[in-house]
Design a protein around this ligand. Structure first.
Ligand code: ANZ
Ligand code: ZN
Length: 824
């Protein structure tokens, strides 16, 4: 028997697939289209088995859909711009491009060894000129339509990476990449106006029925829609009014102070001369505090009394105005009305500064005594001490008070979103240059489309200065104004890499098109993506940005769809020794090593078999060993059977006995189950169990039936269907089997195995039941029922119970398929 040498057969079949271009996708076909997409990797080094899981899941989907008769687009590429390349340049003196290309080559080699069915002719890297030219084009479309703008902004600054970070890249006040505490800087920055799309990005989540609920929830929370009112509070002794945003206008009668964000321009305006110095000290201190943490309920509240008062517009009461660290300038109006009795943060603040607490919402079950309250009462109740609204349930009060305020002209209905505009400027080299020119005469001038790309120069110096290295490159920086021809300067910031990845799924459709980013007819044919697969870590940013850019291009008439991904699957992570794999922990499982040891088919099968793919799972060396043993057993079984079936076909298959019938029934029911496991939601682990079960039944048959009696046609049917069903999971092995079965064709180009519903029927027999020598009853049971199972059924029957009549059973004899004899 030939020996299983995975490294040999895998290489062989990979070459055949490549040579015959079997995975090259025609742009159009008679077949229905299916776009299976995996999140492209950031080429920062080598792949670990977590990436492999992503690509293997994608490959199963792609291969399965091809066998199901679809024209499948399954592309691959690299999210190749970004900070680590530049940091490597600073640390190791390698040019970011060189570093990136080297990593891309490594990754491509790794992926090819896995036998993933990508159409390599569509490979893209976002750092390619032919790609970033179109990223710049997208910037220009946004700019021309008022969706890209520049403003001075307080930005998150990572002192270690020396770069601006988007809010999304700050985790708990720390830089997502290096963990350094983030500080604030004021810089001129480019933004995309994603807030214009907040409502649609929120509402259209309801359309995405093929997305996991938890991802949609994360997006909803990120967009963070709040409805309420904006209310104006006049300042005593001034014409100024402080406008606040509140979601609880029903608590307006309980306001006992006001608070401004430290960054609010009103602070400077209102502070009396004699308090200026003291204020400055306070501001300097709190502005350093982490903007995300300082607003949390737990954070220590700090305030500064401005010495000024506002007037509550509904009660006429005089209320002190503070600056407080827990008020954000970026949300609502940057000012609040403080209601200590009903807001926990206001409560802590009031306690600390001795501000009165005034109850205006009374819970149904008790009275609140402001003197004794230990925390705010934030729930619903009845409005009290609230003038005309006394007795109104707070739930209705919110609406009623808003209407009343609008009538009186004191306030108005308002909707706020947590979502901020997307800050896309990066003071870095390794990204797509922002295609903008500054001219003294003409101002901000977009680079004309025909002048794209704005090329990244190669010869730059990498110094950790905090400014874009491009700003020191005179040749890049100095240019001519496209309008007046005068001396002008280029923008030296590059774009956030999330811009690159916000449209790559469109580029795969026409990856090398020279005069357009894509052909609208082609993208409208291929998109939306039918199945997108990736990590849940991209649940907010990447997916939200991609949805946004898709909607913009839709509105500009380029796309006839406005959601890019119909179905989304988020795979679980692979842990090792109870921890996330990372180089620093030294617990990375390298796919190369596993492939060398066991072959790619074993690695693929093990990754899918270890757990349901959406679940996190723990890598186990014993686990992969086990799967490898199964594959070897499968191999041996296959080649034991092969000589008997090689010349056979399955025409006129006759089943001689119940053993054969039962074996065929199992074959068909397992094929059915595997099909349903794949269709019904990525249950690849149980699909693989099905394959294992089938191999067990087959070897049982081979071991228990003498060789001369083997039903060759049946065996042919089994190994054929087994090979076909195996092929998405272990494609090289399946190709080898298929070839050795005498086929000239490739298994990857075959149809998915069907099952015969008739074969699923369990054969049944009627059994006579004799009690003390007389036939008293009859029962219909499956032919192969065990004696034990039969006994249970028989003794439960009413007629049998009647005759046995509680007496002990002396004898129970089963003549298989015919009769039961009971003696009592
Ligand atoms: C008075 C009030 C009384 C409030 C009450 C709440 C409870 P969400 O749901 O997150 O939108 N707020 C408004 N702007 C703020 C800012 N820039 N920084 C910090 N806090 C701000 O929260 C809205 C509530 O958060 C608003 O409603 C306001 O406090 C506060 F019993 O106004 B509320
Ligand atoms: Zn000019």
């Amino acid at each position: 028997m030939k020996e299983y040498r995975p490294q040999e057969i895998e290489k062989k079949w990979q070459e055949v697939w490549e040579e015959k271009k079997v995975f090259y996708t025609p742009q159009r076909s008679e077949k229905p289209k299916y776009y299976a997409l995996v999140m492209f990797p950031y080429p920062s080094g080598t792949l670990h088995v977590g990436h492999v899981k992503n690509y293997v899941i994608g490959d199963i989907v792609a291969r399965y859909k091809r066998m199901r008769g679809y024209n499948v687009l399954h592309p691959f590429g690299y999210d190749a711009f970004g900070l680590p390349a530049e940091n490597a340049a600073i640390e190791k003196g390698i040019h970011p491009e060189e570093w990136t290309r080297k990593n891309i080559n490594t990754i491509r080699g790794q992926v090819k060894k896995l036998g993933i069915s990508y159409d390599w002719s569509r490979e893209i890297a976002t750092c390619d000129e032919e790609y970033y030219k179109w990223t710049q084009w997208i910037f220009l479309q946004l700019y021309k339509n008022g969706l890209a703008y520049k403003k001075k902004a307080a930005v998150n600054w990572c002192p270690k990476c020396k770069t601006v970070l988007a809010n999304e890249q700050v985790k708990d006040g720390k830089c997502e990449r290096c963990g350094t505490s983030v500080t604030i800087r004021h810089l001129e920055q480019w933004f995309f106006k994603i807030t214009d799309y907040a409502e649609r990005l929120l509402n259209d989540l309801d359309k995405l029925t093929g997305w996991p609920e938890h991802v949609k929830t994360m997006q909803r929370n990120w967009i963070g829609k709040s409805t309420g009112a904006e209310i104006d509070f006049p300042v005593e002794g001034s014409d100024t009014k402080i406008r606040v945003f509140t979601t609880r206008p029903d608590t307006l009668w309980g306001v006992t102070f006001m608070a401004l964000a430290p960054e609010s321009p009103l602070v400077e305006e209102l502070v009396p001369e004699e308090k200026k110095e003291e204020l400055q000290e306070f501001l300097e201190r709190v502005k350093q505090q982490d903007r995300f943490r300082r607003t949390s309920v737990e954070a220590e509240k700090e305030g500064f009394f401005l010495g000024r008062y506002a007037i509550n517009p509904v009660t006429g009461e005089r209320i002190p105005i503070y600056v407080a660290n827990y008020i954000l300038m970026e949300y609502g109006t940057g000012a609040i009305m403080g209601v200590p009795a009903h807001d926990q943060r206001d409560f802590s603040f009031a306690k600390k500064y001795g501000i009165p607490i005034k109850v205006v919402i009374k819970p149904a079950d008790r009275d609140l005594d402001p003197e004794k309250m230990e925390e705010a009462y934030e729930g619903e109740g009845i409005m009290v001490n609230s003038g005309p609204f006394d007795g109104t349930p707070s739930s209705e009060g919110i609406e009623k008070v808003i209407n009343w305020l609008e009538e009186k002209g004191i306030g108005k209905r308002s909707v706020q979103y947590k979502l901020r505009d997307w800050l896309i400027s990066r003071q870095r080299y390794w990204g797509a240059p922002i295609p903008i020119i500054y001219c003294e005469k003409c101002g901000i001038v977009p680079v004309p489309e025909e002048d794209l790309p704005v090329r990244l120069p190669k010869d730059v110096e990498f110094l950790p200065t905090g400014q874009s290295p491009l700003s020191f490159h005179e040749g890049f920086k100095r240019t001519k104004c496209p309008i007046c021809g005068g001396e002008a300067q280029r923008e030296t910031d590059t774009m956030d890499t999330f811009v690159d990845s916000s449209w790559y799924f469109l580029r795969y459709v026409n990856p090398h098109l020279e005069d357009k980013p894509f052909e609208p007819d082609d993208v409208n044919y291929w998109l939306p993506v039918d199945q997108y697969i990736g990590g849940v870590e991209h649940a907010v940013l990447h997916l939200l940005y991609s949805r946004f850019v898709t909607k913009v291009l839709h509105d500009l008439g380029y796309l006839n769809f406005d959601e890019p991904f119909t179905n989304l699957f988020t795979q679980g992570m692979i842990y090792k020794d109870g921890a996330k794999m990372s180089k620093s922990k030294g617990n990375v499982v390298s796919p190369d090593e596993m492939i060398e040891k066991y072959g790619a088919d074993t690695l693929r099968m093990y990754i899918l078999f270890m757990a349901p793919p959406e679940k996190d799972a723990e890598w186990s060396d014993a686990g992969i060993e086990g799967v490898h043993r199964f594959i070897k057993r499968l191999w041996n079984t296959f080649y034991t059977v092969l000589p008997f079936v090689k010349e056979e076909n399955t025409e006129n298959l006759v089943l001689k006995n119940s053993t054969e019938k039962e074996l065929r029934r199992k074959l068909h029911s397992i094929i059915k189950k595997i099909t349903e496991d794949i269709e019904g939601g990525f249950k690849f682990n149980t699909a693989i169990s099905g394959l294992m079960e089938l191999v067990n039944h087959l070897s049982q048959y081979l071991n228990s039936v003498p060789q001369e009696e083997w039903n060759r046609k049946l065996l042919r049917e089994i190994v054929e269907k087994l090979t076909l069903a195996l092929s998405p999971f272990a494609p090289h092995l399946a190709e080898e089997f298929w070839h050795d079965l005498g086929n000239d064709s490739l298994v990857v180009q075959q149809a998915w195995p069907s099952y015969d519903p008739k074969a699923l029927e369990v054969e049944e027999v009627e059994i006579a039941i004799q009690i003390n020598g007389k036939v008293r009853d009859k029962v219909v049971v499956p032919v192969d029922i065990s004696e034990e199972a039969l006994k249970r059924i028989v003794l439960e029957r009413e007629r049998v119970k009647e005759y046995v009549d509680g007496k002990p059973i002396k004898k129970f004899l089963y003549v298989r398929g015919r009769i039961v004899n009971i003696v009592v």
